[in-house]
Design a protein around this ligand. Structure first.
Ligand SMILES: [Zn+2]
Ligand SMILES: [Zn+2]
Length: 340
C-alpha cells in the first residue's frame, strides 16, 4: 500500500511490458509542479513508449492525457495555484527562449519534451509537469471526461480551428474512431456542414448522425472522392486514423484550394500528384495536438457545446489490460485510467 513518501505508478519496462511499481515522492524542479493525478487517458500514441517506437529510456511511465490537482508548486512558476485542477497533454511545455518560442510558434518549440516519452506521464498517482505545458480544467468538467480531450480532443479541435474552412463550408472527418468521434462533434458545433466517412453502414452511420454529421459515406462500398465531389467538394478533410492511401484518396474529394489534414501517425508514404497541388491548389498538412492555450479552449468549448468523448474506465492497476484493449481496437472510443 502507498505511504506518504511513495506513490503507485505503472511503467513500461521493456518492449510491450507494463508493470505496477512504487516510486518515491520527489519535489518538482524549478518551473515545474507536482500533480496528484485523478485520471489519465490511454492513447494509441502511448505505444511510442510501450513498444519503443520513439527512442525510450525504460523504465518510463506513459500517459499524456493526465488530469489532476496541483499539490506542490516550485520556484519560478507563476499563474497556477495549489489545489487547482490541471491537465497535461502530449507536448510537455515550452522553453520560452528558442527561436520558435520567441516567434510565438509554441507547438514547434525545439526544447519541448513529450509527456510519457522523455519524462514520466500520467499512468500514476503523481506526476511532475512543466508549468508552461499546463492546461486549465473547467470546474464543470470531470477529470475522467477531461482526460481524452487533452490529446484526442485538442488535436481535432485545434486542427479544425486552424484550418482554412469557415462556417458553412463542407468538412469531412475520415474515420469515426477515437479521434474522429470527437472531430465530428467539434466540426458540427463549429458550424460546418459535416461529412463522416468510415467503413460499414448501419450503426456507424447512425452513430455519426447522432454525433452531428449531416452526411455519412460508407468507404467500403462508395468512392469517397466521388461522393464528396457530389456534395460540392470538401474544403477540408480531417484524416484521423488513416494511412497514406486514404490521405491520397481524400485529396480527390477536395474542392479547389482544399486541404487534407493528416492526424493518424503512420509512416506509410502519401502518394500525390504535383498537378493536383498546382492546378487545384490542394494542400496536405499535419497537426501535432496544439498549444496549452488551445488546450484551455478545447476544454471550455467542450463544456459550452456539450462535446464529450465516449469513455470506458479502468483503475490504474489494470493499466496493462487497458492498454492491450486499446491496442486491439476494442475500446469504443477512449479508455481512461482512474486513480483512487
Ligand atoms: Zn495521444
Ligand atoms: Zn522553445
Amino acid at each position: 500500500m502507498k505511504s506518504a513518501s511513495t506513490y503507485r505508478a505503472v511503467q513500461a519496462v521493456s518492449k510491450g511490458k507494463l508493470e505496477l511499481t512504487e516510486k518515491p515522492l520527489v519535489d518538482p524542479p524549478a518551473g515545474h509542479v507536482r500533480i496528484r493525478v485523478e485520471a489519465c487517458g490511454v492513447c494509441h500514441s502511448d505505444s511510442a513508449t510501450v513498444e519503443g517506437i520513439l527512442p525510450i529510456a525504460w523504465p518510463r511511465v506513459p500517459g499524456h492525457e493526465a488530469v489532476g490537482r496541483i499539490e506542490v508548486i516550485s520556484s519560478g512558476v507563476e499563474g497556477w495555484k495549489v489545489g487547482q485542477r490541471v491537465g497535461v497533454g502530449f507536448l510537455g511545455g515550452t522553453c520560452g527562449y528558442c527561436e520558435y518560442c520567441r516567434d510565438g510558434d509554441l507547438v514547434n518549440c525545439i526544447n519541448q519534451g513529450y509527456t510519457g516519452v522523455q519524462q514520466d506521464g500520467g499512468y500514476a498517482e503523481v506526476m511532475i509537469a512543466k508549468a508552461s505545458g499546463l492546461i486549465a480544467v473547467p470546474d464543470d468538467l470531470s477529470s475522467v471526461d477531461a482526460a481524452p480531450l487533452l490529446c484526442a480532443g485538442l488535436t481535432t479541435f485545434s486542427a479544425l480551428r486552424n484550418s482554412p474552412a469557415r462556417a458553412g463550408d463542407l468538412v469531412a472527418v475520415f474515420g469515426v474512431g477515437g479521434l474522429g468521434h470527437l472531430g465530428v462533434q467539434y466540426a458540427r458545433r463549429m458550424g460546418f456542414e459535416v461529412v463522416a466517412i468510415d467503413r460499414g453502414g448501419g450503426d456507424r452511420a447512425e452513430l455519426s448522425k447522432k454525433l452531428g454529421a449531416h452526411h455519412y459515406i460508407d468507404s467500403s462500398n462508395t468512392d469517397v472522392a466521388k461522393a464528396l465531389q457530389a456534395l460540392g467538394g470538401a474544403q477540408m478533410v480531417l484524416a484521423t486514423a488513416s494511412g497514406g492511401k486514404a490521405v491520397a484518396a481524400a485529396l480527390g474529394g477536395l474542392r479547389r484550394g482544399g486541404v487534407v489534414i493528416s492526424l493518424g501517425a503512420t509512416d506509410e508514404p502519401i502518394e500525390l500528384s504535383a498537378f493536383d497541388l498546382l492546378f487545384r491548389q490542394l494542400g496536405v498538412d499535419g497537426a501535432l495536438t496544439g498549444t496549452s492555450k488551445a488546450g484551455d479552449a478545447t476544454l471550455r468549448f467542450s463544456v459550452m457545446s456539450e462535446v464529450a468523448a465516449m469513455i470506458e474506465t479502468m483503475p490504474l492497476e489494470k493499466a496493462a489490460e487497458a492498454y492491450a484493449k486499446m491496442m486491439s481496437g476494442k475500446v469504443r472510443f477512449r479508455m481512461v485510467l482512474t486513480m483512487t
